[in-house]
Design a protein around this ligand. Structure first.
Ligand code: C2E
Ligand code: CA
Ligand code: CA
Length: 794
């Protein structure tokens, strides 16, 4: 759950909790307080009303008493009338107790009483005029139809009575109004209605004595009572009391429903108040979440972007207003942490993506940048650059100079494509560089470089490959030594040649390979034909492997002859591939590829093994000849089992010579190479320097190898003509060999004329088509026999 929602929920809960409590509490509580209030208020009102009635009662009694004891003062009664009107008394009469004959009266209305009281009325009045004191009757209907009560007193033989309409009670009751139509109720001492909210109850003098509250009033109690009101058809609560001297009841009722309504109203208002509270709480929570949660959210999103590999220092400065100390601290530490992470990453990037020698990107960086460009379907030119002649520089001048050469080449590449050297930010900015169509250069290892030029980069000159070849080819001066390396450049275009990283590198590699083949120091764009060629080569490679497994590689032998007598002095083993379909193939058809596929050591091992075996057979047949010469590749020399092979070659009945190519001996004269050469000599085998004169540093080779023989390169020999340079070179080589006491072999003597000329030059040995071609073992046997006749072993 998000912190923001968590906080909002918490605040919501906190603000809701009291509301829930309130929901449980208020109804009863509010109601109770309503009831309590009703108790007080209604009781008070009832008491006040009762007090008013009591005063009324006393005024009536006093006035009545005064009047009925002094009838002589009544005369016309006009002085009394205002008093009686004030007290709502209709009339006061005196009548004979026995007969009911009226003796005196004061009447407010014009209509006087009957002169003799009717018997029933007399009896009724006599019924409650029980003592000499003033007593009141219950409410009755007067002949006029209105409700009245009577006040009576027996005075000797006379009955005094007054008739009082209940108007005053009604008005008094109505004056204490409450609720919608309600007001106070007043009953007489028998429980009949004097004042009541229902007018017809008053008119009918409704007997209410069955109502519990009325009963309590009639019992003279004071208090609060709840009861069912048949009049209002509902539960009522009433404050009640009685007017003590007379027994009238006074009641201030109120429907209980009204109290509930009030309580409900109070609750409704409180709900509104709480709703306002909740809204404010939520608003507060929102504000708090802005203050607290937003910084945390920023940190979280910064952390997750770091987790996903984006190490930009996050911008956490926004919202710098009030912030709790802990958060401020956290933000600060986080920033520091990211900064350190950032620095570490930069270091790691530098280590992981930079080439330490040239300060270009390395192979990993190439994959990152070019991979990203190709993922974005960018088109462009990819070039693989292999330096020519770098190995020689490294070997002759040492690695320090070699490194400087690489660094110079890197600088020139950067100049040509217009970029600066690698910076660790480049790794983080790869995406930006790609989007900006920025070119880059990388060193892939050894003397191999790569360059990527996006097609959309309009600032690039059109012929970059040519520029690169030219710039790299310029003289490099290091420690005052002028050095030269060349560049073989393979160019592949994306997406034309390939649209994925591996495909593009492969295409450029094929083109570069082609540039090497085309004589180096040039560039070759990739073509589909190269691909076909490549595929054919691959097929051929597979065939070579199969051929090796099937024993299709066998040595042929070419004899060498001593000059001037032309006796067979030795044979050179030359490998041939007895291809099942294409017949016998010369080394030119497969050797280069075999070298690339690292199969040359196997071939050399097989040729040595089987040619030694063949020579042993010849020897067993009685053929005596000087030596077997075997070509030895540098790869074979470097293989770990070569030394072991040498150890296995013991007690050979002929001399074994290893022919080393002059160029290869030049390249590596120290370390393992020197050791292996010593091993060969120690084992008693001769080292011949092959192809002498083909390269340009022959003297070095001579000094380093101290060969048993010099073999003059076949191109020099076959190129000999009267007095031309090759001829003069051949002559000088022979002379040089002799001056060093090294016998000289001339190979490539393809005419007898050349053989003769070499003999004239006092060359020691000769090899060439004019005398014998390389031949299969069976032919060799025949050849040798034809020369010397079959020999049998003794
Ligand atoms: P190489 O060691 O200089 O061998 C002599 C080459 O000159 C042979 O070519 C041979 O056939 C050729 N040759 C001899 N006399 C004449 C001639 O009068 N005219 C012409 N035009 N050529 C002549 P091949 O057999 O084609 O071998 C070519 C090269 O392949 C060899 O040159 C050698 O460098 C390499 N090679 C041959 N066999 C092996 C082997 O078993 N191992 C290694 N590592 N290299 C081998
Ligand atoms: Ca050779
Ligand atoms: Ca040779």
């Amino acid at each position: 759950m998000k912190l923001r929602y968590y906080l909002l929920s918490l605040f919501l809960f906190l603000s809701l909790a009291p509301l829930v409590l309130f929901r449980a509490w208020p109804h009863s509580e509010v109601l109770e307080s309503e009831f309590a209030e009703v108790h007080e208020r209604h009781l008070l009102l009832a008491n006040n009303l009762a007090a008013a009635l009591e005063r009324y009662y006393r005024d009536l009694v006093t006035t009545f008493d005064l009047l009925v004891t002094t009838p002589e003062n009544w005369s016309d009664g006009s002085a009394m009338k205002p008093v009686l009107a004030n007290l709502s008394v209709k009339h006061i009469c005196l009548a004979n107790w026995e007969t009911g004959v009226l003796s005196s009266e004061i009447s407010l209305e014009g209509k006087p009483c009957p002169t003799t009281l009717p018997a029933d009325k007399l009896a009724r009045l006599q019924g409650f005029a029980t003592s000499e004191a003033v007593t009141f009757g219950g409410v009755v209907m007067a002949p006029s139809g209105e409700n009245v009560i009577h006040m009576v007193r027996r005075i000797g033989e006379e009955l005094a009575f007054a008739t009082i309409p209940t108007t005053y009670f009604r008005e008094l009751g109505e004056a204490i109004a409450f609720g919608v139509k309600g007001h106070a109720a007043i009953v007489d001492q028998t429980g009949r209605a004097l004042s009541h909210p229902l007018p017809h109850w008053v008119a009918e003098r409704k007997d209410m004595s069955k109502i519990s509250a009325v009963q309590r009033m009639l019992n003279g109690e004071t208090g609060v009572e709840q009861f069912y009101s048949p009049a209002l058809k509902g539960d009522m609560i009433a404050g009640l009391t009685s007017v003590e001297p007379v027994g009238w009841g006074v009641m201030i009722p109120q429907p209980v429903a009204e109290l509930h309504e009030k309580a409900d109203h109070a609750r409704r208002s409180s709900i509104i108040v709480y709703l306002i509270g909740i809204v404010s709480a939520l608003a507060l929570a929102y504000l708090v979440s802005l203050r607290i949660v937003r910084p945390l959210e920023q940190l979280t999103s910064a952390a997750s972007s770091i987790a996903s590999g984006k190490f930009d220092i996050p911008d956490l400065k926004r919202g710098t207003g009030f912030l709790p100390t802990e958060l401020r601290e956290l933000k600060q530490r986080f920033r520091e942490m990211v900064k350190r992470l950032h620095d570490n990453i930069a270091t790691i990037n530098a280590l992981a993506y930079r080439d330490g020698v040239t300060n270009l990107g390395n192979r990993t960086y190439l994959q990152l940048h070019l991979g990203s460009a190709l993922d974005n379907a960018q088109s462009g030119e990819f070039m693989l650059i292999d330096l020519d002649g770098f190995k020689a520089v490294n070997d002759l001048h040492g690695h320090d100079v070699g490194d400087k050469v690489l660094d110079t080449v890197a600088r020139r590449l950067c100049e040509v494509i217009g970029i600066s050297r690698f910076a660790s930010e480049d790794v983080e900015n790869v995406r930006a560089h790609v989007e900006a169509h920025r070119p880059f250069a990388a060193r892939l290892g050894g003397d191999e470089f790569a360059v990527w030029i996006p097609a959309a980069n309009s600032e690039m000159p059109t012929d970059i490959a040519a520029d690169i070849v030219a710039r790299v080819g310029e003289t490099i001066t290091i420690n005052e030594i002028d050095l030269k390396v060349g560049a073989s450049v393979g160019v592949a275009r994306s997406p034309r040649d390939a649209s994925d990283l591996a495909g593009l590198i492969k295409a450029a590699d094929m083109a570069m390979y082609e540039a090497k083949k085309a004589g180096k120091d040039c560039f070759v764009p990739f073509t589909p034909e190269l691909m076909t060629e490549h595929l054919e080569l691959r097929k051929l490679g597979q065939e070579i492997e199969e051929g090796l497994a099937n024993g299709e590689f066998v040595p042929h032998f070419q004899p060498q002859f001593r000059l001037p007598g032309l006796e067979v002095s030795s044979v050179e083993a030359l490998v041939r591939w007895e291809h099942p379909e294409r017949g016998t193939l010369p080394p030119a058809a497969f050797l280069e590829l075999a070298r690339d596929l690292n199969l040359l050591p196997t071939i050399d091992r097989l040729v040595l093994q089987s040619s030694v075996q063949r020579m042993k057979e010849l020897h067993a047949q009685g053929h005596r000849f000087g030596a077997l010469a075997v070509n030895l590749s540098e790869e074979r020399m470097a293989s770990s089992d070569f030394s072991e092979t040498l150890d296995g070659l013991t007690n050979l009945p002929f001399e074994l010579r290893f022919e080393l190519m002059e160029t290869m001996v030049l390249d590596k004269i120290e370390g393992r190479m020197a050791w292996t050469l010593d091993r060969i000599r120690e084992s008693g085998f001769a080292l011949d320097l092959d192809d002498f004169g083909a390269a340009n540093a022959s003297i070095l080779g001579l000094m380093n190898v101290e060969p048993a023989h010099l073999k003059i390169d076949r191109n020099l020999v076959s190129g000999m003509a009267d007095g031309n340079i090759p001829e003069r070179l051949v002559r000088s080589i022979i002379e040089m060999g002799h001056s060093l006491d090294i016998p000289v072999i001339a190979e490539g003597a393809d005419t007898m004329e050349k053989v003769g000329r070499l003999a004239e030059m006092r060359c020691d040995f000769v090899q060439g088509f004019a005398l014998a071609r390389p031949m299969a073992f069976a032919e060799l046997t025949v050849f040798l026999e034809s020369r010397t006749g079959p020999r049998k072993t003794a």
